[in-house]
Design a protein around this ligand. Structure first.
Ligand SMILES: Nc1ncnc2c1ncn2[C@@H]1O[C@H](COP(=O)(O)OS(=O)(=O)O)[C@@H](OP(=O)(O)O)[C@H]1O
Ligand SMILES: Nc1ncnc2c1ncn2[C@@H]1O[C@H](COP(=O)(O)OP(=O)(O)O)[C@@H](O)[C@H]1O
Length: 181
């Protein structure tokens, strides 16, 4: 039975980048790793859902259900979703397994790889404005507890991956727990 690790964090924070890179590294070492990405499921299993609180919770619920169905075949499944509510995170697993991919709004607005932040900051009434972008004009509850926090606006990609790798290897039973420090 593999372990299911939920990531949470705002759009553009680095969930996909880090999940895919760490999965490639672990797969190269012989582990079976699956990345379940929010963006992907929103075009398939969850394409009927929008971004209301109820729909976001349903999105998380369905993807967790799918992860539970699949996890016998993997050492590790990473669920890379915004997962903005504590209620949704509680449904995905223990807080010690949660990885918060954290990034300031300032940096997210600079990155803006999908143009979502630009649209969310347009004036009210503008035809292209989006009104429910997590962290701008929709809720992102700060995780009260997390097993690991990665600050992608402070840490380099390499540092982020090193930290994630150590954390995940312990979770899959292949690494050493660092006590203290
Ligand atoms: N309004 C709004 N708010 C947040 N995200 C939006 C929105 N509209 C579209 N998108 C795109 O949808 C992706 C988030 O899907 P998730 O399934 O991870 O979201 S959630 O957990 O249900 O909140 C998210 O993908 P990531 O950028 O990879 O996080 C966005 O590309
Ligand atoms: N330390 C870092 N960790 C992850 N991504 C980073 C980091 N620094 C810069 N980035 C960049 O930030 C963007 C994150 O996008 P993405 O991984 O799609 O985010 P998300 O899946 O959270 O929406 C990428 O363009 C990536 O190259």
């Amino acid at each position: 039975m593999g372990i299911i690790i939920p990531f949470c964090g705002l759009s553009g924070a680095g969930k996909t980048t880090l999940a895919v890179a760490i999965a490639s590294k672990m797969i190269a070492e012989g582990l079976k790793v699956l990345v379940m990405d929010g963006d992907h499921y929103r075009q398939s299993l969850c394409k009927d859902l929008g971004f209301s609180k109820a729909d976001r919770l349903e999105n998380v619920r369905r993807i967790k259900e799918e992860a539970v169905n699949l996890h016998a075949g993997y050492d590790l499944i990473i669920m890379a979703l915004i997962n903005p509510f504590e209620e949704g995170r509680a449904a995905t697993g223990n807080a010690e397994e949660l990885v918060w991919i954290k990034c300031s709004l300032e940096t997210l607005r600079e990155r803006d790889t999908k143009g979502l932040y630009f649209k969310a900051y347009l004036p009210d009434g503008h035809p292209d404005k989006i009104y429910n972008l997590t962290g701008v004009n929709d809720t992102f509850e700060i995780p009260e507890q997390a097993g690991l926090v990665i600050e992608t606006d402070v840490m380099s990609l390499e540092e982020s991956l090193d930290s994630l790798y150590s954390f995940l290897m312990v979770k899959v039973g292949k690494g050493q727990e660092v006590i203290g420090g």
